[in-house]
Design a protein around this ligand. Structure first.
Ligand code: PXG
Length: 462
C-alpha cells in the first residue's frame, strides 16, 4: 500500500497546527506555545512520530484500536466499499448490504435478546440516541413522566450536550450549561479513592444501594433509566467491588427502570469477553457501542437495543437519526474488524493469555515506592500513585501534578500512558504480545523511577 511520507517538517506542521487546528480537551495557548507531538504512522502496538521515534501505544489510541495498527484488510474493506457504494442513507425505507450484515453480526455476538442496533458515528451520538430512546419508550408505554436518567459522578458518556450531561465530569458540566434537565448523578464505586476504612465488599453494596435511594427520592414513576459503564474507563479504570453489579442488577430487576450499559470502552474484547456486560454478568436493556466496533479505523457507534424495548419503539416513528447512521464504509470496516477479531481468536486470547499475563506483571508494580495500588481487568489497568501507600494518601500538590509529570516521563521513555489525576492508566491494543507487555511494564517502571527522583529532588517526597 502507498505510504504518505512527503509531509512537511515537524516545526512547520506544529506551526500550522497552532495557527489553525483547535484540539479537544486542551488549553490551546499552552499547547500552541510548545507545539503538538506529530504522529505519522503506526504498526501493531507501535506509533512512530514525525521525527522517527517509536512509542508503545499503551492506550490503543483512545481505548479503541483493539485490533492494533496497520491491518491492511480494513483499508481494503474501506476501499472496496467506497468503490461499490460510498454512501447511501438508511432513512426513507432504504437499507444496504453492509449495514444489514453488521447489524446481524452484532446480534450474534450480543447477550441473548439484544438483537437490534441503531447506528451513530460515535459514542456521544449513541448516548444522545439513548436519552431520547428510553424517554420515548416510556412515553409509548403510557408513562410519559418517566424521564429522569440516573447516572454516576465521574462517569464518562461523551462530549455532546446530552452525553456529557449523562457523564458525571464536574469540570465539563462547568462549561456550557450542563447537565440538561432530568439527569441526576449518584456516587461512584471507587473504593481506592472514596472507600476510606470500609471493606471493599461493604462499600460496593453501599454505593449500589444509592441507586435504590435515588429512585425513591425521585419517585419510581419519574425514572426512565440508569446508565453506567461496566468498568469506568476515563474515570480511571475503576473496577467496582464484586458486590456492586449484582446489587445494581437486583435493584434494576425489582424496579421498573431500564438499564443502559455503556460498552464504548468495555465492548469488543477489552475485558476478555465480547462485552463487559458478559464479564460482569450484567443484563442491560440497551448497550452503547463505538470505539472497538471498528478498532477506530472508521468513526462508528450505536445503541444495541433489547427485543422488548425495540418492539415498543418500532410501534411509532422514532423521529431521530443521523446522516451517517449506518454509513456503508464504516459498516464494511467494522464488519471486517469483527471478522478478524473472531477468526484470529483475539478475544479468547485476551481472556486466556494476555489478561492473566498483564495482571501478573502489572501487580508487580505495587513493589514500586510510588504505587499504592495496581489493578487490572482484561487489558485495562490503573496505577494509583501515592506518597503514603499504606494510607492511600494524596500528594500535597494539586491533584494531577504528579500524574502529568509521570505521563511526560512515559513519553520520554517511549510509552503512551494516560493520567487521570495522579492515577496512570493503560488500555493497549488487544493484540499486544507478552514481550510487548514486558516492554510496557519496563518502560512504566523507568517512568515511575524518574518521576520519583523528580519528586525527591523537589522535596515533594522523602
Ligand atoms: N462512553 C464511554 C464509556 C466513553 O469512554 C464515550 C461514551 C464517547 O464516545 P465518543 O466516540 O463520542 O468519544 C466514551 C469516550 C479519555 C477519553 O481521555 C475517553 C473517551 C473519549 C476521549 C477521551 O479517557 N471515551
Amino acid at each position: 500500500m502507498k505510504r504518505i511520507d512527503n509531509h512537511l517538517p515537524t516545526v512547520d506542521l506544529q506551526r500550522l497546527d497552532a495557527a489553525h487546528h483547535m484540539h479537544p480537551f486542551t488549553k490551546g495557548d499552552e499547547l500552541n506555545a510548545k507545539g503538538a507531538r506529530v504522529i505519522t504512522k503506526a504498526q501493531g502496538v507501535m506509533l512512530t512520530d514525525s521525527e522517527g521515534v517509536e512509542i508503545l501505544d499503551g492506550m490503543a489510541g483512545l481505548w479503541c484500536v483493539n485490533l492494533g495498527y496497520g491491518r491492511s484488510e480494513l483499508a481494503q474493506a474501506a476501499a472496496a466499499q467506497m468503490d461499490q457504494l460510498p454512501y447511501y442513507n438508511t432513512f426513507f425505507q432504504t437499507t444496504h448490504p453492509p449495514v444489514v450484515a453488521l447489524a446481524s453480526r452484532i446480534a450474534e455476538l450480543t447477550p441473548e435478546g439484544m438483537n437490534h442496533t441503531f447506528f451513530a458515528s460515535s459514542g456521544s451520538e449513541a448516548n444522545d440516541t439513548n436519552i431520547r430512546l428510553v424517554r420515548q419508550y416510556w412515553a409509548l408505554m403510557g408513562k410519559p413522566d418517566k424521564k429522569v436518567i440516573i447516572s454516576r459522578k465521574n462517569g464518562y458518556h461523551g462530549s455532546s450536550m446530552g452525553s456529557a450531561s449523562l457523564g458525571g465530569m464536574a469540570f465539563m458540566h462547568a462549561q456550557g450549561g450542563m447537565p440538561i434537565p432530568d439527569i441526576t448523578h449518584i456516587d461512584q464505586p471507587y473504593w481506592y479513592a472514596e472507600g476510606g476504612d470500609m471493606d471493599p465488599a461493604e462499600f460496593g453494596l453501599q454505593r449500589a444501594r444509592l441507586l435504590e435511594q435515588e429512585i425513591d427520592r425521585l419517585g419510581e414513576g419519574n425514572v426512565a433509566a440508569f446508565i453506567a459503564e461496566p468498568i469506568q474507563g476515563a474515570g480511571a479504570v475503576i473496577i467496582p467491588p464484586e458486590t456492586y453489579w449484582p446489587e445494581i442488577q437486583r435493584i434494576c430487576a425489582e424496579r421498573e427502570i431500564l438499564l443502559i450499559a455503556d460498552e464504548v470502552i468495555c465492548g469488543f474484547g477489552r475485558t476478555g469477553e465480547w462485552f463487559g456486560s458478559q464479564t460482569l454478568n450484567i443484563r442491560p436493556d440497551v448497550m452503547t457501542i463505538a470505539k472497538g466496533l471498528s478498532s477506530g479505523y472508521q468513526p462508528i457507534g450505536g445503541s444495541i437495543i433489547s427485543d422488548a424495548v425495540a418492539d415498543v419503539i418500532n410501534s411509532e416513528e422514532f423521529a431521530h437519526g443521523y446522516t451517517y447512521s449506518g454509513h456503508p464504509v464504516a459498516c464494511a470496516v467494522a464488519l471486517e474488524n469483527l471478522r478478524l477479531l473472531e477468526e484470529e481468536g483475539i478475544v479468547d486470547r485476551v481472556k486466556s493469555e494476555a489478561a492473566p499475563y498483564l495482571a501478573k506483571k502489572w501487580k508487580e508494580l505495587e513493589d514500586h515506592p510510588l504505587v499504592a495500588e495496581a489493578r487490572s481487568i482484561g487489558l485495562m489497568g490503573a496505577l494509583e500513585m501515592s506518597p503514603d501507600k499504606a494510607n492511600r494518601a494524596p500528594f500535597k500538590v494539586d491533584a494531577g501534578t504528579v500524574g502529568l509529570r509521570c505521563r511526560e516521563r512515559c513519553f520520554a521513555n517511549g510509552l503512551v500512558m494516560r493520567h487521570v489525576g495522579d492515577t496512570m492508566i493503560i488500555s493497549p491494543p488487544l493484540i499486544i504480545s507478552k514481550d510487548e507487555i514486558d516492554l510496557l511494564c519496563a518502560r512504566a517502571v523507568q517512568a515511575l523511577d524518574e518521576t520519583l527522583a523528580g519528586l525527591k529532588s523537589d522535596g515533594l517526597m522523602q
